[in-house]
Design a protein around this ligand. Sequence first.
Ligand SMILES: [Zn+2]
Length: 482
Amino acid sequence: MKHLEELEPKNVFAVFEEICKIPHGSGNTAALGQFCMDFARERKLFCMQDETGNVIIKKPGAPGYENASPVILQGHLDMVLEQVPGNTLDMRSQGLVLGVDGDFIHANGTTLGGDDGIAVAYMLALLDGEYSHPPLECVFTVDEEIGLLGAEALDVSSLQGRRMINLDSEEEGIFTVGCAGGLTGECRLPVKRTTQRGVKITLALDGLKGGHSGAEIHKERGNALKLMGRLLARLDEALSFALISLEGGRVGNAIPAAAQVSLLVDPEEEALLLEETSAYQDILRHELRGSDGEVCVSVTKEALQEAEVLDPRSKTLLIYLLQMLPNGVQKRSVELEGLVETSCNLGIARLLKEELVLIHSIRSSVETEKMAVRDQVRLCVEFLGGSYKAHGVYPGWEYEKNSRLREVLTEEYQRLYGKAPLVLAIHAGLECGIFSSRIPGLQCVSIGPDMQDIHSGKERLSISSTRRVWEFLLAVLARLSD
Ligand SMILES: [Zn+2]
């Protein structure tokens, strides 16, 4: 049964419905890749597929556009597989069950994969129809949702285009023109232990909101590990204690919402420790009243006991490191209002028997700023006798002040809708970052129709917005005759 038959634009929704019949979760895109390849072959278009599964299809310019410079269109083949509790569809082997509700298409309790199936549908509809457009180079990447893997593996040397429209945005009227690059850094600081006796006290700092280290770093939420470092420094000034353990955070790219330490104190200083801790909680509640007013430092007391603790020097180095590591927003853009340009997030801390391990993530839309923060952290760790290693380095996409492509898109949007689009950059990774770092002089804009609740079983795609973005895309391509 066809569900989307009556919807406009017919050709786009017809292809979209076909795509939804083919399971295409991340890591499982071979069938959809094959579908695209067959689609191109049936229409005698140039097509190629690399080992990773990425597909490139090229179509010559329409009459009058034969000599125009090519335009790259790009989207990803894979989708996130999510379903609401109780939904039993086997998304790895079964097609989606589509439904239409007013202006929205949904998939009956599972993700719809409008992200980014609608890009695939737009591109195939363009490759199929007769429209005014320059030579097209359509790129279908795999496994965007699990770390931009397809784009990362793509050989861009067969692409001639220096203008690219990425179709992986989820809000009509927003042009994304920049994104952050990033890296994960691992600090290791050797520590020495000794045996000591005292009252064991565990301090748990929690009640923070945490959040995504890119998309939510501008919210200035408390970082449990940094705040714990500050508490240790405060206690170290007021009394003498020994550190047994430190732990906090689960992943490098999330703001840690909780951290915990265990200490030994002299019974005589126990009351002072409680006093200092309670005063610190008051300070945090005041400082974080706008973001994390529920922050809480709780104390659990155990018996007098012997424990393996850090020797005094190791403890001092640990406190130094936690205090000195840069964290949070490092720089905001002065060109794009509201954009965080560079940030750093301490995500994980583990105090092992012989070393302290800290994992953090650095993001920046400016490559050199990313590296400068990396150096700042590296120098700090090395100075204290530790080591630093960066991995998972991916490039950013820097805002291009002069972009003829962006101008054309803006003019067409203004002409069609009588208002200006919102032009912005995001502080998270996008495939455009990889393309712009590999194709010199690439002008790139990311657009897409309205979608709601993507990556969840409630994902919905707006029908009217899909139609408007299609018309907009056609109008833009018709303008790119040079
Ligand atoms: Zn996407």
